[in-house]
Design a protein around this ligand. Sequence first.
Ligand code: NDP
Length: 341
Amino acid sequence: MTNTTRQVIFAKRPRGWVSDDCFEIRDVAIPELADGDVLVRNIYMSVDPYMRGRMNDAKSYAAGFELGKVMQCGAIGEVVKSRNDKIPEGTVVTGMLNWETYTLVKGGDGLMPVDPKAAPLPYYISVLGMPGFTAWYGLLKIGEPKAGETVYVSAASGAVGQVVGQIAKIRGATVIGSAGSDDKCAYVTEKCGYDACFNYKTVDSYAKALHEHCPKGIDVYFENVGGKMLDAVLTVLNQHSRIALCGLISQYNLTEPEGIKYVQSLLINKVRLQGFIISDHYDLFPEFVNDVAGWLKSGQMTYRLSVAEGIDNAPGAFIGMLKGENFGKQVVKLGDDPYAA
Ligand code: NDP
């Protein structure tokens, strides 16, 4: 086994769009393990939109990345060395690890063992992990869709969006999506059961497209993008509709946020708009896993991944995801997956 780990270092704060020079790649020696420590060989890591916020020098719900230090991420890997009786060598674990090939975890803190034979490994950091949980929580606990209502989902083919639409269909809603390419729209309608999806990059007007696709108005908006899309949605909302404000990806790389004009819609339609941060809700994680693992097993749910290869390609995968180059949940494969079918 190698005695070095290859890491992605946070080298420069972006202003506006993230560029390659925000990252540096280096090999460093793996430290010796102390009592309680484990060494994880990372197999897949996740790149997520929230990481863009952590690159800013601004107060947010999660601590920022530190310049000159290795970046953090959700990841799954196998324990290759252990001085911790509770997490022996060979255990497959998920947790907040690093953008690197091997991570030494002090005291094994925060690691969660998973059954590597119950699902493909990348699922534990996607549909059965944080993004799937975000979709489940935001839709069911905030959106609260009822059968026959219209649910609209932006970034519909992404890590979160593809799960939102499928759960909304299971709950009997009419589900409309938007995505950034015709292929992505075809995926959500043909594979995820969305009733319709429009390519927001080719329509004349977001509001016009929404009025056409949601003739009965919108009852639940699962908000992933913000900006002009949110403004357009405000013109199509029904009385007592709900907005689960999950993310605002169209704004993350702007130096000045866009304004919202149609706020009065929230008042006159008595709309409930609620932001949420999924890390506050992990008490509900077992309920989520029970639901989503069941739907995957019964074939009621499908999931699409976008897999980049190798730690050196992690920065590019992250930047590409922010630009919409991912088709499905973006993960990076860092090493051999002994459980791959
Ligand atoms: P995705 O897998 O959906 O990837 C991001 C997608 O955003 C891109 O593929 C692209 O898809 C779309 N996008 C990028 N720029 C724009 C733009 N200007 N306008 C419209 N769409 C754009 O990411 P996730 O599913 O992981 O995340 C989706 C949202 O959920 C994000 O806003 C994220 O911050 C949020 N989130 C919030 C959490 C919480 O706790 N509140 C937890 C996890 C995620 P396309 O080609 O369709 O444009």
